[in-house]
Each structure stands twice: as structure tokens, then as C-alpha cells.
Design a protein around this ligand. Structure first.
Ligand SMILES: [Zn+2]
Length: 332
């Protein structure tokens, strides 16, 4: 099994996400009027369900049932052979590329991208459509982007290329300008709370609210935390330790030593998000508030880790700086 086949095999159907409803209707209208582009760029924050949306769209585009009785909406019928193949992860006209996070590569291998583009360019034997999803075009390197650009410049007939991106502004303008841009808006906090309440009805509201905060309001990020109690408990412990650091009852170095190397990235994300939440609406006379300073320290620490900085040193200096600005704020 090749890398791309492996990615397709794990593409199990996902539930429909409620905050996608309006956008899905728009896409349905666009598709029905024949204005759906060959290439789409699905943009949105982490955890808004870009991959879920891309796969729902891919299923709909590949479904062989004509709109009508057996298929009342644009959504795939779920009953035709194409739908069965898709759900089994064996649809010959579908590929999904994503960075394999289990290996050390920092970008999607260019060979896999070229393979995907070749797959699109070959005429399908049964005349059905083909869809290539590149989940997180942000993970393409220069060569990968070039391969994608070639496909965008000469789109093969009856094919669809769906790119997702968290940071579309960082993609080359040549790519963006050749795609139909589809923005998935972040759901409101009420919509996130409703979604989490329906999925995790046995947990209490405070726990769901905490997960939502830890995940910066990302519904799927919060859901992942609630699904993995170990990760949730870590975040809760960090939150309590941060309070102690602020109160001066916990030393920065003790806090830093309690964080494992494996958790360093997650902790820095947690601190960035917490500081971002706390800093909102706190600008005083245009000066940087303490929490804004913490957020900047955390972003700088993330950059150091990305550049292979020494983990204990990075965490130590981050928490010393955090303690200093937060305790100064308390005295003020
Ligand atoms: Zn179908």
C-alpha cells in the first residue's frame, strides 16, 4: 500500500458538523448552477473541520446517484457503489494527501504530491470524476507547491482539487488566484458549547467549557481534549500551576521541570491560547498588557522549539519571563 493509499484508507466518514450548514448550502447552490471551480481552497482556523468539509464535498462529487429521489440534497446518497467504495476507503477516483505526523518530515513529500497530480491527470476507466484532497496545503514545500501549480494551470477534465489551509495568506498568490476560496468561519462560542453538549452530554458543562477554553474555542480541538482524559487533565493541571505561578506560590523552574519534553509544544500552545484569551480587550493606552507580553514570550518560545532549541532551557526561560510579567502586573 502506498502512502497516499494509506491516507485514503483512513478516510472514514465523519459526522456532519452543524456550523457547516450555511456554507454547505452555498456550495450546493454553486455546484448545482455549474459554477463550482475545478480547484477549491478551504480556509479556516484549526479545528473548524476543514478536512471533514473536504471529505463531505469529495463524497458528494464522486457519488453516482443523480440529484432527485435517491439523493434529495447535494450530499452523497450513501447507497451507490461510489459511496460504498468511498466509505471503505477504496474509491479509485479519490486520494487524500496529508503530512504524516508520525515521521520526522516537516512537509508532504514531493513524490507523493507528484503522484497525486499524475493520478488526477490520468483519465478514469469508468468515466467518473476524480478528487484529490491536499489536507493542509500549508504543509507543502516549494517543490510540492510547484507540482500543484502545474495542475492548477492545466486542470484535467472532470477532476477536482481541494486544498485546505489554516494560513492561506502564506500560500503563493499564484496558487490562491487559481482556486475558488471557500472560508469556513469559526463557530460562535454558543455553537461550540451546543456542539460539545450534544457530543459529550455525560460530562459537566464546566469541563466542556474548560476544554473549549484550552482549545481556543476550536470545536474539534475541544472535542479531542474531551476524548483524551489524559490530555485534558494535563491542561487542567497547567491551568492550576499557572495560577500558582501568578500568586507566587510556585517557582518558575519547578513548573518548567514538571513539563515533559513530549508535552513542550502542547504546553506552549496552551500558554499562548490562555494569554490570548486573557489579553482580549485589555489594551491600556496602546501599551502591551502583561498577558500580551506572555503571549509574545510564548510565540517566541514556540519559534525556538521549532528551531530545535533546548527544550528545558526554552521552557525555563519562558516561565521565568511569564512569572516576572504576571507578578509585576499583580503588584501594579
Ligand atoms: Zn452515492
Amino acid at each position: 500500500m502506498t502512502e497516499t493509499e494509506a491516507a485514503a484508507a483512513v478516510a472514514a466518514p465523519e459526522p456532519v458538523l452543524p456550523w457547516h450548514a450555511g456554507l454547505w448550502q452555498q456550495i450546493e447552490g454553486t455546484a448545482r448552477s455549474g459554477r463550482l471551480g475545478h480547484a477549491l481552497l478551504l480556509c479556516g482556523n484549526a479545528g473548524v473541520g476543514k478536512r471533514v468539509f473536504a471529505e463531505r464535498l469529495a463524497r458528494a462529487l464522486l457519488c453516482r446517484t443523480a440529484p432527485g429521489a435517491g439523493r434529495p440534497s447535494f450530499d452523497a446518497c450513501g447507497g451507490c457503489s461510489a459511496c460504498h467504495y468511498f466509505e471503505a476507503g477504496t474509491h479509485p477516483g479519490y486520494r487524500r494527501l496529508a503530512l504524516d505526523t508520525t515521521d520526522a518530515k516537516s512537509s508532504i513529500p514531493v513524490d507523493a504530491v507528484r503522484d497525486g497530480c499524475t493520478f488526477l491527470s490520468m483519465t478514469s476507466t469508468n468515466g467518473s470524476a476524480k478528487v484529490l484532497v491536499i489536507d493542509r496545503a500549508d504543509d507543502l514545500n516549494g517543490s510540492g507547491l510547484n507540482a500543484v501549480l502545474k495542475t492548477l494551470e492545466e486542470p484535467p477534465a472532470n477532476t477536482h482539487l481541494i486544498l485546505t489551509s489554516e494560513t492561506p495568506a502564506q500560500l503563493p498568490a499564484t496558487i490562491r488566484s487559481r482556486c475558488q476560496i471557500v472560508r469556513i468561519a469559526a463557530p460562535t462560542s454558543i455553537a461550540v458549547a451546543t456542539y460539545l453538549a450534544s457530543r459529550f452530554s455525560t460530562l459537566d458543562a464546566a469541563q466542556r467549557g474548560a476544554a473549549s477554553r484550552y482549545a481556543a474555542g476550536s470545536p474539534l480541538g475541544a472535542a479531542r481534549l474531551l476524548e483524551t482524559p489524559e490530555a485534558f487533565d494535563k491542561h487542567r493541571a497547567w491551568s492550576a500551576q499557572l495560577d500558582e505561578l501568578r500568586a507566587g506560590t510556585l517557582a518558575a523552574s519547578t513548573f518548567a521541570n514538571s513539563i515533559s519534553r513530549d508535552d513542550a509544544d502542547a504546553f506552549i500552545r496552551f500558554l499562548t491560547v490562555t494569554a490570548w484569551h486573557e489579553a482580549r480587550g485589555q489594551t491600556v493606552d496602546g501599551r502591551e498588557t502583561a498577558w500580551q507580553a506572555v503571549m509574545n514570550e510564548a510565540l517566541a518560545a514556540a519559534a525556538k522549539l521549532a528551531a530545535n532549541g533546548h527544550v528545558p532551557l526554552v521552557l525555563d526561560s519562558l516561565l521565568i519571563a511569564t512569572s516576572a510579567v504576571l507578578r509585576q502586573k499583580r503588584k501594579a
